[in-house]
Design a protein around this ligand. Structure first.
Ligand code: SF4
Ligand code: SF4
Ligand code: SF4
Length: 199
């Protein structure tokens, strides 16, 4: 298989991974991460300067800290990359991100929501008290000291389920990965709003 053929197959794979996402922001991240997974040759100025900046800006939409300036900058970078890139991969990546930027999703994220609920910044993490066995695994996994509770000791009672301090939680998702008891869940802002209305 020629080098060009290999690259084409790879771009097809990237497209397939991106297509699994519903959120245009997440799709953009798939493309930019893939683009930066290989060493940057640096032949084109807009790409060598802009691709890393694009990743930083796209991640802001995911964590909920983006502003209008991020949309403008991403549009500028993708347009310059589209014009100046000397390789197909650079052009394909820029064209794909430019296409995603045409959707309303980026503005929607600035306004505080991710409709497909794929971006972590718009989720809130909770511990279900009834499911929590007080094993302490989430406490060890949380690098932001956002979980409080005391690990249960055999034959000693009086322990209360663990809790998440929302103000400290950076929504990294590490606690969910380690909880073996399905005691940690996420809720979207809309779900919380509905519950509060129904309460
Ligand atoms: S667009 Fe392609 S050729 Fe240009 S710097 Fe980026 S990777 Fe290199
Ligand atoms: S990992 Fe799960 S079960 Fe264990 S303390 Fe945390 S929330 Fe509770
Ligand atoms: S999502 Fe991250 S920061 Fe928040 S409680 Fe879980 S591990 Fe801690």
């Amino acid at each position: 298989m020629t080098q060009e053929k290999k690259k084409q197959v790879k771009m097809k794979d990237v497209q397939a991974i991106a297509d699994e996402k519903s959120c245009p922001v997440q799709r953009s991240l798939v493309f930019i991460e893939e683009f930066l997974a290989e060493p940057m040759c640096g032949r084109c100025f807009p790409c060598s300067m802009g691709s890393y900046e694009s990743r930083i800006r796209v991640k802001r939409f995911i964590d909920g800290s983006a502003s209008e300036d991020d949309i403008a900058t991403l549009k500028k970078i993708s347009s310059q990359m589209l014009t100046a890139s000397m390789c197909k991969k650079g052009k394909d990546t820029a064209a794909y991100i430019a296409e995603q930027l045409e959707t309303d999703a980026f503005s929607e994220h600035i306004a505080g929501s991710c409709t497909p609920n794929e971006c972590s910044g718009f989720l809130t993490y909770f511990i279900i008290p009834d499911n929590c066995t007080m094993c302490g695994d989430c406490l060890d996994a949380c690098k932001d000291f956002a979980i409080y509770g005391e690990k249960i000791k055999p034959f000693i009672s009086g322990y209360t389920p663990f809790e998440i301090a929302q103000k400290r939680c950076t929504k990294c998702g590490e606690c969910i990965k380690v909880c073996k008891y399905n005691a940690i869940i996420t809720k979207t802002a809309k779900e919380i709003e509905k519950e509060n209305v129904g309460a």
